[in-house]
Design a protein around this ligand. Structure first.
Ligand code: ADP
Ligand code: MG
Length: 287
């Protein structure tokens, strides 16, 4: 048997083939950085191991950057709606620290949910997307979708008898942001796929939901009352609920009073509280 060192020393190494070899090995950052690093190594008299380790470091760091960029594209998050552009003063009762804790993302590990409820223009989409962005930057996978768009896709999958595969494909996302859930039509076929998505992800994969309507009005979203209650039960069992009943941010900016008239609160739902909440919703819906 020939050892690698004997076989390489037995013949001349073809240095001209290096670019092609690095491409074949999928090491684009090696490819880009080795000439400059080699020059530095020669000038400063680096040992070969240091040169190799420096290249490996660059490759790993750039690989991570490329991965995050890919995940940002796949997330379909709208650009610009990040924490950096979020005006916390406009939402005084949702403390910044609370949002930063959500942005750190530990909650998605247990498949907990985030629900933002409030009127149009309150900043729900912006806030959920900002959290989504932070999670992608932290290496997690996120998908943003208007609820109606995703429901239509799942409905098409059901028609083609591939709903199970479509739902399984969504499992790769740590978090799915369902924007404007209230606009999903109360159509039996459409909204039962929404329930199936919620049931499938329960306690394993997270959902973040933006809604203009309080839970008591969600019976307009799902096919019937039993499904509505079952969906809300699962969603709120482990959830952070942000009540964002503030004036439209756009209107406030237009009126030049961005911090005014804000009244919002945040609740983390523990199991007992969630049960009580679910009971209240059930009573609301059956009243
Ligand atoms: P909602 O989803 O609740 O209807 P949006 O998140 O779409 O509201 O907010 C409406 C507009 O106002 C968006 O352009 C959004 O970026 C901006 N906006 C809302 N709240 C804030 C905020 N606190 N800081 C900065 N921009 C905000
Ligand atoms: Mg919105």
């Amino acid at each position: 048997m020939t050892s690698p060192s004997r076989s390489t020393s037995a013949r001349t190494v073809d240095v001209h083939a290096l670019p092609a070899m690095l491409t074949a090995l999928r090491l684009p950052s090696f490819h880009r950085h080795w000439p400059a690093l080699a020059e530095r190594a020669d000038t400063e008299g680096w040992p070969a191991t240091r040169f190799l380790a420096a290249l490996a470091e660059v490759e790993l760091a750039e690989r991570e950057t490329r991965r995050i960029r890919r995940h940002l594209i796949e997330s379909r998050l709208p650009g610009g709606k990040t924490l950096a552009t979020f005006d916390f003063k406009a939402l005084p009762s949702v403390p910044r620290a609370r949002v930063e804790a959500l942005a750190a993302g530990d909650w998605v590990e247990s498949g907990a949910n985030l629900i933002a409820i409030g009127n149009s223009g309150a900043g729900k989409t912006h806030l959920l997307c900002a959290v989504g962005h932070a999670l992608v930057e932290a290496g997690r996978r996120v998908l943003y979708s208007r609820t109606t768009d995703l429901v239509q896709k799942l409905q098409a999958a059901r028609r083609d008898l591939v709903l199970e595969a479509a739902l399984a494909k969504l499992d790769r996302f740590d978090l799915i942001i369902l924007d404007d859930i209230g606009y999903a039509q109360k159509d039996q076929a459409e909204t039962s796929v929404l329930f199936e998505l919620i049931a499938r992800r329960y306690e394993t994969r997270s959902l973040a939901i933006a809604a203009n309507q309080p839970f008591s009005a969600w019976d307009r979203i799902f096919p019937d009352q039993a499904v509505t209650v079952a969906a809300i039960d699962r969603l709120v069992h482990h959830a952070t609920i942000l009540e964002m009943n503030v004036d439209s941010y756009r209107r406030r900016v237009a009126a030049g009073r961005s911090g005014a008239n804000a009244d919002a609160s945040t609740t983390t739902i523990g199991d007992n509280l969630a049960d009580n909440l679910a009971d209240n919703i059930r009573e609301d819906l059956t009243a």
